[in-house]
Design a protein around this ligand. Structure first.
Ligand code: CP3
Length: 353
């Protein structure tokens, strides 16, 4: 994996990056999962221009435009590449579409012995191009100290969509395959480990200076399966990236990990961990902060509701992690019905001394 960096001087890092290196600040760095999205009128406008959601992801200028929108509006400490976790299955040759109001729909799982890695980079080159465009545009618009987060889905979560072929409440097909045809499922996960490692390395080479790995469905697995399909593959990706890009921090987000959060942190080697909505902040402060920086975990619906309860919950989280390497975020992505003014109110509260 090449390790050249473009458009990003080595020393230009922001508050998110520094927090991930253990630095503490009077008020925490803040960004929100899905900060670019349908709650913003300017996103809806660009989205309409793009045609389909995938066209938006694969057109670097448009992906860059929507990435910058929440930065211009709110001045978040980090931008996150606008893309989707499902571009990886797509680039591996699986049909993908986002039907209006139906979420993602995938085609048949490609035959695993003929996955064409030679096309993988080519298929994803618009995403890599988007990363360079975003970094250059941030610098041009005066956001040169805004960190840029690259991301991928984790192998388990991508396998869930690839095998079940759409969203699901329990990903039954995937879990049955993992239990009844372990060699085939292991092969799928191994392919994903390799693909994701390369994909993330390219994003770093193009200017992403922080990585997040989304394992949105980690929480459906019992402990031994969690170790096999969440912890082990994530550990491999982390060690691949650390070998080629030792300075780039990696945030793991194993949503629903519950009692296994602490084992996930210890065994995967992630730099920091994202907390989901259910994790009690006081639990994380006591058990996870001694291990690594933490990120999270305001309830997205408390943000949508707004008002005094939003202020109250924000204050609780802030004070629980005060003086520690901590990053303010939600416990899951921002919902499309969130009033944009609630986000402004949240940021003001988080940044008040
Ligand atoms: O965070 C960001 O602002 C960056 C962009 C981003 C998107 N998806 C854009 C998106 C990121 C990081 C993701 C990650 C993602 N995508 C995850 C992991 C995080 C999570 O939510 O658990 C998952 C599971 C997906 C798969 C996915 N993409 C689903 C299930 C859906 C449909 C559900 C929905 O919200 O409509 C998407 C579509 C999607 N990805 C949208 C956006 C802004 C909405 C599409 C639209 O504009 O019509």
């Amino acid at each position: 994996m090449p390790s050249e960096r473009k458009n990003m001087p080595k020393n230009m890092t922001g508050k998110l990056y520094q927090t991930l290196k253990g630095k503490t600040f009077e008020t925490p760095a803040i960004w929100l999962m899905r900060q670019a999205g349908r709650y913003l009128p300017e996103y809806l406008e660009t989205r309409a221009k793009a045609g389909s959601f995938l066209d938006l992801c694969y057109t670097p200028e448009l992906a860059s435009e929507v990435t910058l929108q929440p930065i211009r509006r709110y001045g978040f400490d980090a931008a996150i590449l606008f893309s989707d976790i499902l571009t990886v299955p797509h680039a591996l040759g699986q049909h993908l579409e986002f039907a209006q109001n139906h979420g993602p729909q995938l085609g048949e799982l490609p035959p695993l012995d003929s996955v064409d890695f030679s096309m993988f980079h080519v298929n994803l080159s618009p995403v890599y191009e988007a990363v360079s465009t975003i970094r250059a545009q941030l610098n041009k618009e005066g956001f040169s100290s805004t960190d840029l987060i690259g991301f991928s889905g984790a192998p388990w979560t991508l396998a869930c969509y690839m095998v079940d072929r759409q969203g699901s409440k329990d990903f039954a097909k995937t879990r049955i395959m993992a239990l009844t045809d372990e060699p085939k499922f292991q092969r799928l996960v191994d392919i994903l480990v390799e693909a994701i490692s390369v994909y993330l390395a390219h994003q770093i080479n193009r200017g992403a200076n922080v990585i997040q790995i989304f394992d949105s469905w980690a929480g459906v697995l019992p402990p031994d399966q969690f170790r096999k399909w969440v912890i082990a593959p994530t550990q491999k990706i982390v060690s691949n990236l650390h070998a080629t890009h030792p300075d780039t921090p990696i945030i793991g987000f194993p949503k629903g990990a519950g009692f296994l959060y602490d084992e996930y942190v210890k065994k995967t080697g992630v730099t920091a961990v994202g907390l989901d909505t259910q994790t009690p902040p006081e639990y994380a402060a006591k058990n996870l902060l001694p291990l690594c920086p933490v990120q999270g975990n305001l309830d997205p619906f408390t943000l949508m509701a707004g008002g005094a309860e939003l202020d109250h919950q924000t204050d609780i989280i802030k004070s629980t992690f005060a003086g520690k390497p901590y990053i303010f975020n939600l416990g899951h992505g921002i919902d499309k019905d969130t009033p944009p003014e609630n986000v402004a109110r949240l940021i003001q509260r988080v940044r008040a001394a």
